[in-house]
Ligand binder design. Structure first.
Ligand SMILES: *Cc1c(COP(=O)(O)O)cnc(C)c1O
Length: 338
C-alpha cells in the first residue's frame, strides 16, 4: 500500500519495537515509570521547559493545555482552521466550559494580531474572560514565520494573555527552516508535540510548560482517563521519535516538493506549489471529476488517499521517491479513465 492520507500511518521502526520490548517500566500514575520519566525530563530539557507530560494523543495534550491555562467561563483565541478549534470535537467547550474565539487564518497560516487585539474582551461581566492565544505550527503544512512568533509572544505578554503552541508538527517546522525545535518553542508558555505522526512513534504526544502548569495538566489528565500505568512501553518508542526521526523529515519535505512538481504533469489537477513547505502537497481535482470514485479506483490499485476535492497528499517515512513515481503514473492513468 502507498498510503498518502496522513503521516499518522507511519509504522514504528525496528529500533522502536526493540526499545519497547526492553523498556524498564513502572506505574506511571504513581510517577514510577523510569522510561516515561526519562522521556519527560529529556523533552523538557531539550525544548527549554521546566516540565513535560506524556499524553495519549495530541488532542489530549491540547485539551489539557486549554484546561490548564483557562477556567470555566474563560476564552482562548485561535485560528478558524486551528486543530484545537475545528478538529477536536469542541473538547475545550464540552469538557472545560471554555469558549473558543476563532479568527480567520491568513494565507500564510498566521492570524492577524490586530484582529486578535479587537477580539480580546473587556473586563466586564457580559463577556467571557480572554486568557489565551493559541497558535499552530505547522498549520496546513505551512510554517509560521519566526518574526511572527516573536511578535505574537510580545503581543500576548503585553495583553496579559498566555500563549500556547499546537506543535503537532513543530519538528517539521524546525527542519524546514533548518533551526532547532527550541528556536520555535522558546516563544510559548506551553507546547504540544505529536510523536506519532511523521516522527513514527506508535502512540503519544508531549505537553511542555512550567512545573505549575504541568502539575495542573497532570490532574486533568487523570480526571479525563489519561493516566496510563506501564506507559514506558510507549515512551520508549516516543523517545526514539525525538532522537532518531527528526532530521530525516527533510526527506519527507523533499518528497512532497517532488510530488508537487510531478503532479503538474496531470492536467485535471490544479497544483498549488507555493503551499508545499513541509510534508504536504496540495492539488484541487477539477470539479467535473468524482473524487470518491477516484479514491475507490486508487484503492483497488493499492493507493490510499483522502477523498476531498481539495486533495492533500502527506509524505512520510514509509513513502519513498519510487512510491511517488508509482503513485503519479497510476493517478495519471486513473484520472484519464474517470
Ligand atoms: C494531529 C494533530 C493533532 C491531534 O493529534 P492526535 O494525536 O491525532 O489527537 C493536533 N493538532 C494538530 C495540528 C494535528 O495535526
Amino acid at each position: 500500500m502507498i498510503d498518502l492520507r496522513s503521516d499518522t500511518v507511519t509504522q514504528p521502526t525496528n529500533a522502536m519495537r526493540k526499545a519497547m520490548a526492553e523498556a524498564p517500566v513502572g506505574d506511571d500514575v504513581f510517577g514510577d515509570d523510569p522510561t516515561v520519566n526519562e522521556l519527560q525530563d529529556f523533552a523538557a530539557d531539550r525544548f527549554g521547559f521546566e516540565s513535560a507530560l506524556f499524553t495519549s494523543s495530541g488532542t489530549q495534550a491540547n485539551l489539557l493545555a486549554l484546561m490548564s491555562h483557562c477556567e470555566r467561563g474563560d476564552e482562548y483565541i485561535c485560528g478558524q482552521q486551528a486543530h484545537n478549534y475545528k478538529f477536536e470535537g469542541g473538547g475545550a467547550a464540552v469538557l472545560g466550559s471554555i469558549q473558543p474565539q476563532p479568527i480567520q487564518n491568513l494565507v500564510d497560516g498566521t492570524i492577524d494580531l490586530t484582529e486578535v487585539k479587537t477580539a480580546i474582551k473587556p473586563d466586564d461581566f457580559h463577556f467571557a474572560r480572554t486568557k489565551l492565544l493559541s497558535l499552530e505550527n505547522t498549520i496546513g503544512g505551512k510554517v509560521l514565520p519566526q518574526n511572527y512568533l516573536a511578535e505574537a509572544q510580545a503581543f500576548a505578554f503585553n495583553n496579559n494573555l498566555k500563549i500556547h503552541l499546537d506543535g503537532a508538527r513543530v519538528a517539521n517546522a524546525a527542519v524546514a527552516q533548518n533551526i532547532q525545535i527550541s528556536d520555535i518553542t522558546d516563544h510559548f508558555d506551553s507546547v504540544s508535540i505529536c510523536l506519532s505522526k511523521g516522527l513514527a512513534a506508535p502512540v503519544g504526544s508531549l505537553l511542555l510548560g512550567s512545573e505549575l502548569f504541568i502539575n495542573k495538566a497532570r490532574r486533568w489528565r487523570k480526571m479525563l482517563g489519561g493516566g496510563m500505568r506501564q506507559a514506558g512501553i510507549l515512551a520508549a518508542a516516543a523517545k526514539l521519535a525525538l532522537t532518531e526521526q527528526v532530521e530525516r523529515l527533510v526527506e519527507d519535505h523533499d518528497n512532497a516538493k517532488y510530488l508537487g512538481q510531478r503532479l503538474t504533469e496531470i492536467d485535471e489537477l490544479h497544483v498549488n506549489l507555493a503551499a508545499i513547505q513541509t510534508n504536504m502537497a496540495f492539488a484541487v481535482l477539477d470539479e467535473k471529476y468524482d473524487v470518491k470514485l477516484l479514491t475507490r479506483e486508487l484503492k483497488a490499485q493499492d493507493i490510499l488517499i483522502y477523498p476531498t476535492q481539495n486533495l492533500r497528499f502527506v509524505t512520510h517515512k514509509d513513502i519513498s521517491k519510487a512510491d511517488i513515481d508509482t503513485f503519479v503514473e497510476v493517478l495519471k492513468n486513473t484520472v484519464k479513465g474517470l
